[in-house]
Design a protein around this ligand. Structure first.
Ligand code: FES
Length: 187
């Protein structure tokens, strides 16, 4: 499906791009593009148009090439993410313990569907496959969507990539959702 760049985006701090590009002590070329896009998405939680334009203006990579590559790979998003990403494990063990009802309660409480971001850009709701702590299911993982809130990754016991700053909630029942969200609403 064709991705779209939003015409209205939250303010973009280009100092993050300046920092990113200055970490290269050589000429930046198209061969660096995937890494650059990953770093940009880590920094902002998505790929802002202004950041991509800044990248093009300050490297030898044409905007059409940047946009073409970013559109090709599903890991990249042009849509702003919430400050916090909430992931509900829908792996088999969590599913049999009621993960679908937990997801439903989150969708209802946040007034979004899975994959969407709340209008105030506070939360993005996602599903995730097994995160390796099946005995404690259903599992909900809450983490920051941008750099500084858990950007570094490690492998969970079953190989799923998780961010070091993520908080795992186990044996989550739909009734616990309000309490979990309260920990982040004022943050
Ligand atoms: S199925 Fe959810 S942690 Fe394994």
């Amino acid at each position: 499906m064709k991705k779209e760049i939003l015409t209205k985006e939250p303010p973009v701090d280009l100092r993050l791009m300046e920092e990113e590009l200055s970490s290269y002590d050589r000429k930046i070329t198209s061969g660096d593009l995937i890494a650059l896009l990953q770093e940009t998405q880590d920094a902002y939680g998505y790929l802002p148009r202004e950041a991509l334009e800044y990248m093009s203006e300050n490297t030898s990579i044409p905007m059409a090439r940047i946009f073409g590559v970013a559109s090709f790979y599903s890991q990249f998003s042009f849509i702003p993410k919430g400050k916090f990403t909430i992931k509900v494990c829908l792996g088999t063990a969590c599913h049999v313990r009621g993960a679908a009802a937990v997801m439903e309660e989150l969708e209802h409480n946040l007034n979004v569907k899975e994959g969407d971001t709340t209008k105030d850009l506070k939360f993005t709701l996602q599903s995730v496959a097994c995160v390796g702590t099946c005995a404690l299911g259903p599992i909900v993982v809450v983490g920051s969507s941008v750099k500084g809130g858990g950007a570094s990754c490690c492998d969970s016991p079953l190989g799923q990539k998780v961010a070091l700053g993520d908080k795992f909630y186990g044996q989550v029942a739909p009734e616990k959702i309000e309490e979990i969200l309260d920990n982040y609403r004022e943050a």
